[in-house]
Design a protein around this ligand. Structure first.
Ligand code: SAH
Length: 369
């Protein structure tokens, strides 16, 4: 999910590589390429058609749709989210991969001044696996919300998995994941497809490891999401969720403050997110479904330096000019990144880790959703 933030900065980034191919990337990002137009969820209202003609000429109708979509205040429906997320990642994954590589998530910054950001991303996967207490190498893994499959290829290689399946809403990402599996000699084990995490196309009890890295924040029905993770895990299998959450509520508190909810609502519009939940909510959902060995952690401080690095690299004349020229989605993404930072700094947004195991068959509860 970090992609949704950082691609905005990457698009406006000052790297020479970016500047050299800026026009085609810009078209890619703003969605003005017609092949992406079909992915737009919301059409502008009819009343916009005449008054917005100059805007439309400037931005193109696909982008105009996104402008209209983003200034609405209403929460998106599950279907609107699905199409919006697919379109967002279809438009931005190529650029992300060119600038940042195959991992679309934060890095592990211990010590905090490390500068190899790709290695920090790989280390995050290894550190999360170590933290989870995974004891024996899994022979199968499902990568739920897989991006272009960086995690599952790394895990398959690390443990010698026989089967690694990745699902994403983005057709571009699924196709690219399969391409990379071939390129890296992992095609026998690793497969990627378009599927919804809330209705996974897998049998019950199918995977030793169920992995979801920075995708849970996109899921509109968290209980269904957790139910699906548990369903596809093998008895005794491990589930690992790494996701953006809001802070736990204090004792006696019923909800976040109005101000906090307003901030999250703005972020949701920009990044195709549904309402958030806390790490404590995940723990409760897992407990209610009979999950075992539940543990949680907050790594907000461990990932924080990533954003400082990204922002530092983008704060200069060329990048500001790039951003000014980059089109609406990119500018909106860059603006919302500062809202995210504010959320982290205020302790509202947390980088949460949750792990558990699925009970062995004899102690399984009857209903696991
Ligand atoms: N885990 C990957 C990608 C994170 S980006 C990585 O760390 O590299 C978020 C991913 O979640 C995208 O691939 C997006 O398509 C996926 N996603 C969001 N909602 C989803 C859903 N309902 N079903 C399946 N995938 C989903």
């Amino acid at each position: 999910m970090i992609l949704t933030l950082a691609s905005a900065i990457a698009a406006a980034s000052v790297t020479e590589a970016f500047v050299a191919v800026a026009p085609e990337r810009k078209a890619f990002l703003t969605g003005s390429a017609t092949k992406f137009a079909r992915l737009d969820v919301v059409s502008p209202p009819a009343s916009w058609s005449s008054s917005s003609s100059s805007l439309s000429m400037k931005y193109g109708s696909a982008t105009l749709s996104r402008v209209v979509d983003s200034i609405r205040s209403k929460e998106r429906s599950r279907e609107e989210l699905k199409v919006g997320i697919a379109g967002f990642y279809d438009r931005s994954s190529k650029l992300w991969e060119e600038v940042w590589g195959e991992h679309m998530h934060h890095g592990y910054y211990v010590p905090e001044n490390r500068t190899d950001h790709v290695q920090a991303q790989i280390d995050l996967i290894d550190e999360v696996l170590a933290w989870s207490g995974i004891d024996s190498p899994p022979s199968s893994v499902v990568d739920v919300g897989c991006g272009v499959g960086g995690s599952s290829r790394h895990i398959a290689r690390k443990y010698g998995c026989e089967r690694a399946e990745g699902i994403t809403l983005s057709p571009y990402q699924a196709a690219r994941g399969n391409e990379l599996a071939v390129e890296t000699g992992l095609a026998d084990a690793c497969t990627y497809r378009v599927a919804d995490a809330l209705e996974m196309p897998f049998d019950d009890d199918a995977f030793d490891l169920v992995w979801s890295l920075e995708s849970g924040e996109h899921m509109p029905e968290k209980t269904k999401f957790v139910g699906e993770l548990l369903r596809v895990a093998a008895p005794g299998g491990r589930i690992i969720i790494v996701t953006w959450c809001h802070r736990d509520l204090e004792e006696g508190e019923k909800d976040l403050t109005k101000k906090e909810k307003k901030l999250l609502a703005k972020i949701n519009r920009a990044y195709y997110l549904p309402p958030w939940c806390s790490v404590a909510d995940y723990v409760t959902m897992l407990e209610e479904r009979g999950a075992k060995d539940i543990r949680r952690d907050d790594w907000s401080h461990i990932i924080a330096p990533f954003w400082k690095a990204v922002i530092k690299s983008s704060l200069n004349f060329k990048s500001v000019v790039g951003l000014a020229k980059s089109g609406f989605s990119t500018q909106r993404g860059a603006y919302a990144m500062f809202l995210m930072l504010r959320g982290f700094n205020k302790g509202l947004i947390k980088f949460g880790l949750i792990t558990c195991t699925k009970p062995e068959l004899e102690s399984s509860p009857e209903a696991m959703d």
